[in-house]
Design a protein around this ligand. Structure first.
Ligand code: AMP
Ligand code: GLY
Length: 421
């Protein structure tokens, strides 16, 4: 079959890498892609957030299956346009993607389904929001309701920071995303993510992971899109998984179906776990980036079969073939990220790297220029490895990093520290 993947990050490179290994894939096109993706698939350029453009590209290129990587096309309703045109699609509808696109909507679903989550209140007015913050006290969490590229959450350890966040949000710092805010109880515990395929009715978990959101070693410094991840996450014990499934995931999927907005795609659930009890932090309606890289490393070619079963509504007959393995990805970013950084520096050393089912460098912000790979983004490479233990995966990933010659880049040196300690 002919397959189209939308997106350009390390997540989409990992998806492309897994899909290409499956004999069902005759031809793969990725839009817009990056330099790493261009080495294994055809890349195309058109507006991936515009349903009509995507549908016409799909029809012109005889595409049989579309996998939507990032949240923006999902929130724009691209999956709806594709399904309306009769095209098999992996990714939720615009209505179902509200689980990521509106924090207030997710809270409503939690209330209706009884899923444990932080206590909260919603505001569309700064004065009332501030009165609530003063009454609750710190620590407290202030969230812009809409999509804010991962920057719309302020975990305020003191009241002044929370009040300032309200001024920023209602002052337009997050555009339309901040026109409404959700103020939440601060939850303590350890965070982990779980990725669950849903075909509208049936669910199939495809792995747990833990991301590292802070830029610096020891989880210090500014928040980023994620500096590294590993799978599985030991904090997601069998008992936590069972609770998360019965108390949170299944009730959510049932509530979405009941509202006439069945969830079809991957549900990315973020939990806070304390004393063996998971509570929902957030949902995303797509794979995590960089969590997808470790999941694809572990799943390999079967990822395509599982995504097809999701789109076809046959997840009840699908199953995951697990190896007792571990994977880790370490993000290499441009110096300065998540603040200002230079673009255009040359990255060398790729020829010295192993590339097999245990060692892969997935590209995020890269392009090819005059035969060289140059950095074009903040997060640039995802150095990813698999092993029989997390330690083995870690050693392989960091051995690859040693060989990459990129003086303008940096990486965290302690990915996996919680699980390895
Ligand atoms: P979100 O975009 O909702 O995942 O929030 C980003 C990050 O903020 C999460 O990964 C948590 O680390 C933190 N966070 C969000 N909500 C809470 C909460 N209620 N209590 C503590 N930390 C939170
Ligand atoms: N790594 C966090 C995210 O994809 O949202």
């Amino acid at each position: 079959m002919n397959i189209l993947i939308l997106g350009s990050g390390g997540r989409e490179h990992a998806l492309a890498w897994a899909v290409m290994q499956n004999p069902k894939c005759d031809k793969l096109i990725v839009a817009p892609g990056n330099a790493g993706i261009a080495a294994i698939a055809e890349c195309a350029t058109f507006n991936i957030n515009d349903g009509a453009s995507v549908v016409s590209f799909v029809e012109e290129n005889a595409i049989d299956f579309v996998i939507i990587g990032p949240e923006a096309p999902l929130a724009a309703g691209v999956a709806d346009d594709l399904r309306a045109a009769g095209i098999l699609t992996f990714g939720p509808s615009k209505a179902a993607a509200q689980l990521e696109a509106s924090k207030g909507f997710t809270k409503e679903i939690c209330d209706a389904s009884g899923a444990p989550t932080a206590g909260y209140a919603r505001f569309d007015d700064a004065k009332a929001a501030k009165t609530y913050i003063r009454a609750q006290g710190a620590p407290i969490v202030v969230k812009a309701d809409g999509l804010a590229a991962g920057k719309g959450v302020i975990v305020a350890m003191d009241e002044a920071t929370a009040l300032e966040a309200i001024d920023d949000m209602f002052g337009g710092a997050f555009g339309g995303a901040g026109a409404e805010v959700v103020i939440e109880e601060f939850m303590e515990g350890e965070e982990a993510s779980w990725f669950i395929l849903c075909d509208g009715e049936n669910v199939l978990p495809i792995g747990t992971a833990q991301d590292h959101k802070r830029v610096g070693d020891g989880d210090t410094g500014l928040n980023t899109g994620g500096m590294g991840a590993y799978s599985p996450a030991p904090v997601m014990t069998e008992s936590v998984i069972a609770k998360a499934m019965d108390e949170i995931v299944k009730p959510t999927v049932a509530e979405m179906a009941k509202r006439g907005m069945p969830y079809q795609g991957v549900l990315y659930a973020g939990f806070m776990i304390k004393d063996g009890q998971p509570r929902l932090v957030e949902y995303n309606c797509r794979f995590g980036d960089p969590e997808c890289q470790v999941l694809m490393m572990r799943l390999g070619a079967q990822a395509l079969d599982l995504m097809l079963a999701t789109a076809e509504g046959t997840l009840d007959q699908a199953k995951v073939n697990w190896a007792e393995d571990h994977a880790m990805t370490v993000v290499m970013a441009a110096k300065g990220y998540p603040g200002a950084y230079e673009k255009g520096s040359v990255i060398k050393g790729f020829d010295a790297l192993p590339e097999d089912s245990k060692n892969m460098v997935f590209h995020a912000g890269t392009a090819e220029k005059d035969g060289q790979i140059i950095a074009t983004g903040g997060r640039v490479l995802n150095v990813t490895a698999r092993g029989d233990s997390l330690q083995e995966a870690r050693d392989r990933a960091y051995a690859m990093i040693e060989k990459i010659d990129w003086p303008e880049g940096f990486n965290r040196s302690d990915i996996g520290w919680r699980a390895l300690k």
